[in-house]
Write a protein that binds this ligand. Structure first.
Ligand SMILES: [Zn+2]
Length: 291
């Protein structure tokens, strides 16, 4: 199974996760910029993080045979903090960089006027930079949040096929399908959405414009959920080709709209002994444990 995880926060994961993901078939991923748990206190906290996504994390993933891409944005939660909103002025510099395949995560958390403003401004930036957009939907009041999200997307004039609306469930999938936007689903270990429910949604709504991700981060989550969804699809009667469509071709088509996906196999990655600005990544192999 060749897999693409279109939404995973690797910054908060370990090298064990990278190894397990590679073993399960993950060859490419997208890491969206989001908040850090601990609130940020200023713009430089964002820029260090963005630089890390574009540089260090991309390098770290490559050590494990996985192609890393990212999305860049002011996330909805921190759009409410006036110490953070000036980052909107530096985003264009990042949106021009290789490895940045979309604007995101944008959208709503608590649906405040500050979130309205940041969301609308970033949709404009996506149009200017000709990039797709990853839109987060709130976990509270999801139906209202999704309706309002779709209204703002429509009003912006961005083409719906360049937008994925993420963290959907049985209640919100129909609305997003009707809008022409892509549909994203985050599969969690014990809440919100699991792989069996995902299979039922695919059976009802088909495989077109469907993206499945693990959304794994620093919270309780499972970076192998894309793989487990593939297994559940096969168990549920889907073909290998259906699995390939949903778990590889679809994210490639969606993020490929950026023109910046790099998907060729990493040459001899298992023997990589490069360093990134003086930092080496210990891969755990005994033969490589000598400095
Ligand atoms: Zn996320």
């Amino acid at each position: 199974m060749r897999l693409f995880d279109p939404h995973i926060h690797m910054t908060s994961r370990t090298t064990d996760d990278y190894e397990a993901m590679y073993a399960a078939g993950v060859r490419a991923l997208v890491e969206p910029a989001f908040w850090l748990g601990q609130p940020r206190t200023g713009v430089s906290s964002f820029t260090d993080y963005f630089d890390g996504l574009i540089g260090w994390e991309r390098f770290r993933a490559a050590q494990f045979g996985i192609r890393h891409h990212c999305t860049i944005a002011l996330n909805p939660k921190e759009a409410n903090d006036p110490r953070c909103t000036p980052v909107l002025d530096v985003l264009p510099r990042y949106l021009a960089k290789d490895g940045v395949v979309a604007v995101g995560e944008v959208g709503y958390d608590s649906m405040t006027p500050a979130e309205d403003d940041a969301f609308a401004r970033q949709l404009e930036m996506a149009k200017e930079h000709d990039l797709p957009v990853l839109v987060h939907t709130p976990h509270r009041d999801k139906l209202e949040g999704t309706k309002r999200t779709l209204a703002v997307v429509a009003e912006s004039g961005i083409a719906p096929e360049r937008v994925v609306v993420d963290h959907l469930n049985e209640v919100t999938v129909g609305l997003v399908k009707e809008s022409g936007c892509w549909m994203g689903f985050s599969i969690y270990p014990d809440t919100k959405m699991d792989e069996q429910r995902m299979v039922a949604i695919l059976r009802e709504h088909g495989t077109e414009k469907m993206l499945v991700n693990s959304a794994a981060d620093w919270g309780r989550s499972d970076p192998l959920k894309v793989h487990k969804t593939g297994l559940a699809m096969l168990d549920g009667g889907f073909t290998e080709s259906d699995v390939d469509t949903v778990l590889w071709d679809n994210p490639v088509t969606f993020y490929g709209q950026s023109g910046r996906l790099v998907l060729d196999e990493l040459p001899g990655f298992s023997a990589a002994k490069e360093t990134f600005e003086g930092n080496s990544v210990l891969r755990g192999g005994r033969d490589e444990a000598v400095a």
